[in-house]
Design a protein around this ligand. Structure first.
Ligand code: PLP
Length: 409
């Protein structure tokens, strides 16, 4: 990670981050629209030699303003639930631009999504059988293949290894083909999603090989969908996926396949984190600094109820002390206010933190707000998007009323 000049100066598009917390309160999620545009362009450039389509995996961030931005720059959607499908359509997407990639959901959810016009990614043999019985050859589908390849940042975010619950094992190809034949199912695409935080091109190529080998058995394909999972930069010096190299290698392999297949297919990706992680910041305020004999603790007005990635799978979020950037470096554990182990960062060197200082967690654009909760009866933060040099509130802060709305006497 290279801190941008803006991050070093603690501003986004000329807007001072600390002032945002004064205007909109703390804690606060802030997104930089320009970063999202840049990431989309980078991926387009990397795959400019093939017919590539991006299907933003919107579980990373479902704010309507983010989805509308994606739509305005030609990015389509991948959803994992009926709720996400509905939000996508509210953002202006046509159902046909949305892929529904469920994981063992009730079949009525698939039925509703297909009837709305979304394209489903079938993820089990029983669902494939049901799909054939229900729709025969009247609706197209993709099949999610599990290639049995282990890759990703850590085991909790791997999705394609043999032990993973996702998709239909490539070893069951004969059974897949049998069901497809029995109902004349229109399989227009094969899909796989390997996992998250995958840095090297090698695993992507390995699964692409497996998927393309499998694809030879399906005559009606229009799409090969290689999922998401590109690694982004989390800390200074971090290595990330070399998109240009990956783009060249996969495009070459894909073009060779299309030639052999006899037709030009579309190549789909479903990036989540890659498109939005670096656009986002969670701004929090220091409530207490505890100089304990064992350790220095920085307590902030947030916790795993707002950003659970560090606690859930050990994710690293770089932290800036934007109120005292020139302070002498000290080592801290940065912790939240939730009554539960609630550590954002251990042994983290930061410019001296004082009560009231505003800290910024970087890489908070993906799996931040969407994974937040009301644990400890806490309200979730507001969200702000910065675009064209202006800060706009795109979700108001929750109130106590919001929390009580569903409770009955
Ligand atoms: C979560 C998910 C993605 C996105 O993963 P990232 O690591 O955020 O890129 C893509 N495809 C599917 C099916 C997913 O479930």
């Amino acid at each position: 990670m290279q801190l941008t000049q803006e991050e070093t100066s603690h501003s986004i598009q000329g807007i001072d981050l600390a002032e945002l917390t004064e205007q909109f309160g703390s804690p606060l999620y802030v997104y930089d629209a320009d970063v999202i545009r840049r990431k989309v362009t980078a991926l387009q450039h990397a795959f400019s030699s093939v017919d590539m389509k991006m299907k933003y995996a919107c579980k990373a961030n479902t704010n309507l303003s983010i989805l509308r931005l994606m739509r305005s720059i030609g990015v389509e959607l991948d959803v994992v639930s009926p709720g996400e499908l509905e939000i996508g359509m509210l953002a202006g997407y046509e159902a046909g631009q949305i892929t529904f990639t469920p994981s063992g959901v009730p079949f009525y959810e698939v039925q509703e999504a297909v009837e709305k016009g979304a394209i489903v990614n079938v993820d089990s043999l029983p669902l494939l059988e049901w799909f054939g019985q229900t729709f025969g050859n009247t609706k197209p589908c993709l099949i999610r293949i599990k290639p049995n390849v282990a890759a990703g940042g850590n085991i909790k975010i791997m999705t394609a290894h043999a032990d993973s619950k996702f998709g239909i094992s490539v070893l069951l190809l004969d059974q897949i083909l049998e069901v497809v034949k029995k109902y004349k199912i229109r399989v227009i695409g094969l899909h796989q999603h390997t996992g998250s935080d995958i840095k090297d091109a090698a695993p992507f190529l390995q699964v692409a090989d497996i998927l393309l080998d499998t694809a030879r058995h399906f005559p009606d394909l229009e799409v090969i969908d290689l999922g998401g999972g590109f690694k982004v930069s989390y800390k200074p010096g971090d290595e990330i996926t070399d998109m240009k190299l990956l783009g060249n290698k996969i495009s070459e392999r894909f073009q060779a396949f299309c030639k052999e297949y006899g037709r030009d297919l579309q190549l789909w990706f479903e990036p989540g984190k890659f498109l939005v992680s670096e656009s986002g910041y969670l701004l929090v305020k220091t409530t207490v600094v505890k100089e304990d004999p064992a350790r220095n603790f920085v307590h902030v007005d947030s916790g795993l109820n707002h950003l659970i990635r560090p606690m859930m799978y050990g994710a690293y979020h770089h932290i800036l002390n934007i109120s005292n950037p020139a302070g002498a470096l000290k080592t801290y554990n940065v912790v939240g206010y939730i009554c539960e182990t609630d550590t954002f960062a251990s042994d983290r060197e930061l410019p001296e933190v004082r009560q009231g200082d505003v800290l910024a967690f970087l890489n908070a654009g993906a799996y931040g707000f969407t994974m937040s909760s009301n644990y400890n009866a806490r309200q979730r933060p507001a969200e702000v998007m910065i675009d064209n040099g202006e800060a706009k509130l795109i979700r108001r802060r929750e109130t106590m009323e919001d929390l009580l709305r569903t409770q009955l006497d």
